[in-house]
Write a new protein. Structure first.
Length: 230
């Protein structure tokens, strides 16, 4: 399964999505900072599973209808930063979907995530990540789970990795940095947390109109999880 995650930078990179999906054969597309009133219901063979409704710049998840069947969907609000309280850019910061693989017969969860901006503390982002992962466990107990997106976490990722592992997940960075707009803040912002998946790779794709570079995650449920789901 190939999953692309992309922060569109206030929707300006939306014009790239069709070509991006086609070029990399994406099965799932997870978006952040999308104008959800402007996104199409279908995109390069993918179907919109759901988009957040209470955000000025929201989240969306698309999936390939020829490969998967859509189950339950969940969008949640997370602990707010001062930036969120004053400017209100994002009410819902995690959007999870439960998908059924038509060929293999197993279920799994994919989520799009957008953490609070750098004006917030890492401790608040860790709280958001912890809450989001707990919600996904509730959405599909025991199911393989993959959460991708903009974590806004350029430093001290080793500590974050430890916290994520305490919840039974693994943190996987991409092979190159994903944010390049400001020299001081350049680094890995967009990555994946997963449980029950073999992550074959996370690749940073070429930069487009966004200040974030899209990432391509190649993942498959582990054999044990396939048997459990079956």
């Amino acid at each position: 399964m190939k999953v692309i995650s992309y922060n569109l930078r206030k929707h300006r990179a939306a014009v790239e999505l069709g070509e991006l999906v086609d070029a990399h054969g994406a099965d799932v597309l997870c978006l952040q900072e999308a104008d959800t009133s402007e996104i199409p219901a279908t995109l390069a063979g993918l179907q919109l599973a759901e988009a957040t409704q209470r955000n000025r710049l929201g989240l969306a998840v698309y999936y390939r209808v020829s490969a998967f069947r859509l189950g339950e969907v969940r969008a949640i609000s997370l602990k707010k930063s001062l930036h969120d309280r004053v400017l209100k850019p994002a009410e819902e910061r995690m959007l999870g979907v439960r998908l059924f693989d038509i060929d293999d017969g197993h279920e799994f969860i994919v989520a799009s995530f957008h953490a609070a901006p750098l004006t917030a503390l890492n401790s608040l982002r860790r709280h958001q990540i912890r809450t989001a992962l707990a919600e996904l466990q509730d959405l599909g107990p025991g199911l393989p789970t993959l959460m991708v997106g903009d974590y806004n976490y350029p430093v001290f990722k080793e500590k974050l990795g430890e916290r994520v592992r305490d919840q039974g997940y693994e943190l996987t960075l991409s092979d190159a940095r994903t944010y390049t707009r400001y020299r001081f803040f350049r680094g890995h912002y967009d990555f994946a947390t997963s449980a029950g998946f073999d992550i074959a790779g996370v690749r940073t794709l070429p930069q487009g109109l966004s200040d974030h570079l899209p990432i391509l995650v190649t993942a498959n449920p582990t054999p044990a999880q396939r048997r459990l789901a079956g």
